[in-house]
Design a binder for this molecule. Structure first.
Ligand code: NAP
Length: 252
């Protein structure tokens, strides 16, 4: 993939899909701000990028906190330059059936995914508009179509799709595209936590899921990173407002 070197911000990049995406965007030639709740947790991703000859800085910020987001984006500008690639990946799950779900579980999930994506995008878009070039990729999920025990998460992930389409409409005239990637089951700590909640081993869980996936396996973080690499490339400039399901089979 040919890409002009840019400055990219990836949230929730200490591990899982975010870490794989940060590494992939660095391999594509971009300088990467590795943002996560705890700055020290970013060290592994940052080292992996630097060891491969890339540029990266780790940054601690809670994406749902406006002041922390503003401060983090200011640090990105200072240390790497103006960001024109943004991957809104930070996420949490607080699964429960509706009748048992607490208001805190509802608020926490909506806050990290939707308020977080709103705050970081608002802070970063100013730099994209100034550069007249930008790429926003938001993490949705197949759960956007409904998933038992995830009324909060599915609402947040469906919300990410509407958010993405509106960004595409508003920012297109400034050379900015916005797309959503909706993964199916990806092997990360998030799906490990689901296996624990269901009281089955992760191996048993993934084998059962793989049987239902047309390509016969669960996804890996690198599967999502590869799709994001395309969507953030120069060549993807005419792809905007789309939701790309990366689920090993049809999902919408
Ligand atoms: P993960 O392994 O749990 O990683 C998520 C990262 O986000 C963690 O490092 C976490 O930090 C960070 N984070 C949480 N709250 C944050 C906040 N307020 N501010 C900044 N960072 C925060 O999850 P993943 O599986 O890689 O998922 C990444 C994204 O893909 C999420 O949006 C998820 O909903 C989506 N997704 C995942 C799957 C899947 O099957 N794994 C499927 C569809 C969509 P801490 O470790 O400190 O909590």
């Amino acid at each position: 993939m040919t890409s002009t070197p840019r400055v990219a911000v990836v949230t929730g990049a200490a591990r899982g899909i975010g870490a794989a995406t940060a590494r992939r965007l660095a391999a594509d030639g971009h300088a990467v701000a590795v943002v996560d709740l705890d700055e020290s947790a970013c060290a592994e991703t940052v080292s992996a990028i630097k060891d491969s000859g890339g540029r990266a800085v780790g940054m601690g910020a809670d994406v749902s906190d406006p002041a922390q987001v503003e401060a983090a984006v200011a640090r990105v500008v200072e240390q790497l330059g103006a960001p024109t690639i943004l991957v809104n990946n930070a996420g949490i799950i607080r699964d429960n059936l509706l009748f048992k779900m607490t208001v805190d579980d509802w608020d926490a999930v909506l806050s990290v995914h939707l308020r977080g994506a709103f705050l970081v995008t608002k802070a970063v878009q100013a730099h994209m508009v100034e550069a007249k070039w930008g790429r926003v990729v938001n993490l949705s999920s197949t759960s956007a179509q409904g998933n038992r025990g995830q009324v909060n998460y599915s609402a947040a992930k469906a919300g990410m799709q509407g958010f993405t389409k509106t960004l595409a409409i508003e920012l297109g005239r400034y050379g900015v595209t916005a797309n959503a990637v909706a993964p199916g089951f990806i092997a990360t700590d998030m799906t490990r936590a689901t296996a624990e909640r269901m009281k089955i081993s992760f191996e048993e869980f993934t084998e059962g899921v793989a049987e239902q996936v047309p390509v016969g396996r669960v996804g890996q973080p690198e599967d999502i990173a590869a799709t994001i690499s395309f969507l953030t490339s120069e060549e993807a400039g005419f792809v905007s407002g789309q939701v790309i399901y990366v689920a090993g089979g049809p999902a919408d």
